[in-house]
Design a protein. Structure first.
Length: 177
């Protein structure tokens, strides 16, 4: 019976020893994994810093990575705009909140919302410009405010060539080039 008890005691000691070994290895593996993740985080931070600051662009690989990042950011911007269109919202330039496209002011901060016009605007429609002032519809003459301003300034200045002003050299103050 003594040998049976002795064997059971030895097995118990080996099991305890093996458990301590497994626990120690698991703890060290977890620590190694955490350290490797810290290294990856630092590498990501360095890479982001290099790309954001435009450093090392003379290196072909860095230049290629920078181009890929720029391309991906552009794609993200396009997809974000698509999301805003699907949700029928704009982003407030003041606080970044989502605002219904029909709103003229942000519900959260009160900033005037600039309307991006991608489709032709009806002449009866009022558009808010970057200075947040109401734009006047075109006059009944069918001439734009820029053309009318060019003609008026041409008459005042005595410049006949200003009447055909296409680049707004003599144009209105609302649409300065």
């Amino acid at each position: 019976m003594a040998s049976w008890s002795e064997k059971l005691n030895q097995m118990t000691q080996k099991t305890i020893s093996k458990s301590k070994e497994v626990a120690g290895v698991a703890k060290l593996n977890l620590e190694i994994s955490t350290l490797n993740q810290n290294i990856k985080n630092i590498q990501n931070e360095v890479g982001a810093y290099v790309l954001e600051k435009g450093l090392l662009l003379e290196d072909a690989s860095v230049s290629e990575w920078a181009a890929k990042v720029a391309s991906l950011k552009a794609e993200i911007e396009v997809n974000t705009e698509k999301i805003h269109d699907l949700k029928n919202v704009s982003i407030c330039p003041g606080c970044g909140a989502e605002v219904a496209k029909t709103s003229k002011f942000c519900d959260k901060c009160g900033t005037a919302i600039v309307i991006k016009v991608s489709e032709p605007v009806d002449s009866d429609q009022v558009v808010v410009d970057a200075n947040y002032s109401a734009a006047e519809p075109e006059e009944e003459s069918g001439k734009s405010c820029c053309a009318e301003a060019a003609e008026q300034k041409a008459e005042e200045a005595g410049h006949a060539e200003a009447a055909g002003d296409k680049d707004n050299t003599y144009g209105c103050t609302r649409h300065e080039a």
